[in-house]
Design a protein around this ligand. Sequence first.
Ligand code: HEM
Length: 423
Amino acid sequence: MPPDFLEDHAVAAWTASGAPLVDLLRQAHTPGRLTGFRRGGRAAVLVAEPRHVHQVLGVGGERYVKRSHRARPLLGDGMITATGEAWQSQRKLLQAMFTGRGIQRWEHHIEGAAARVVERWAERARLGEPTDIAEDVQFFTVDTIWRSLTDRPLDRETYVDLAAVQDIVAALPADVGGTAALPPAVEAAIAALDERMLRALADARVRHRAEGHGPGPVPTSGPSVLDRLLDAADTDPAYTDRLIRDELVTLLVAGYESSARTLTWAFVLLDAHPDVMERAAGDGSGVEAVLCETLRLYPTGWLLPRHSPADQTLDGWAIPAGTDLLVCPYLTHRDPEVWPEPEVFDPGRFPARSPLPPGAYLPFGIGPRACLGTRFAMREMEVLLGALLGRFTVETTGPASEAVFGVNLRPAGPLHARVRERT
Ligand code: HEM
């Protein structure tokens, strides 16, 4: 049976309105059915039911492919955009640094970067000046990932080049199949970022040789991600300077944007729920639940597109070759069958009392392409949120942030707040 497609006139009306893609997905969404729409001769189906999500990303992870056209101008051939054997070997190389005990090596970077934000807030509190939470948490997440990539703390000048990534990401087409033509200012920001990365690479190569690394077997542990990539380059010709640049930019973009936006969303939600904020501040034990619930309501990876190169059947529905499958964690996470009163922010839902249906909760994706940095991200967010809530009270002073559904789901604008030391 073919999926239900929206009438062409409904799609044309949506196009004419200039509304974001999420509005079209909401229109198409019909619980219990597989629904979609056609645009410019291309068919796309919405994948929001947990069992469909599980099949497309989990068990069907090999059949439905990732094309990532949208981010390629920025990420090149790094791990997010790579496919097939290239992806497999890239993932294998870095996996151990980010899973299991591997992340313990980043603990001192995370603690160091969190201490800088705590100091900054203490200064703001002393002077009675407001701060921009969105900016502060972004500095933190850029700092943690930069230290992990290069083993160097972040200076302001480097931060400015790296943080320009957010303008680049915002300029990427949010829509699947969007073109890669970017405004000149964005091309220039990508060039500045490239220069910064290639300079970091050249510096690291000099240090790397001086420290006695060289051709030989790839060690199973190393001080930084860049060292690991340089070791790989000694034995594997696939690791050209270009690919190392792509991998660094990929880890930078993946590693700071989502964590920064999630922390900002957490403060937006906590500000609206002071009782939850006080409980989480108490002994810090509720911080993880606050983050899990924040990621349920605002999964920064709100849309995970896949493509079907061959004819497939999904839960009895016929998926012809060439169809885009728009997995949408944002809609899945608001399924009332799984989450009673889905719009309500309630960290008490976590940890879940009974196992959730497969595919029902996926802020970090599922299946072979699930997030490499899940453990790193959760740890860094818990450390910072715990440290800030434990020491300061927070009261925002600006209007509530609107959600922007771009390549990722981010809060619009800054988040100005007054912070005070707890007495
Ligand atoms: C709150 C923070 C984060 C969120 C919500 C998040 C979310 C995601 C999601 C949903 C995916 C899967 C995309 C897909 O299936 O199409 C993904 C992939 C990925 N993430 Fe994260 N991420 C976060 C933090 C991080 C961090 C800190 C790092 C790096 C240290 C990272 C590195 C990656 C990489 C490399 C991939 C691609 C994996 C692959 O294709 O094999 N992420 N992330």
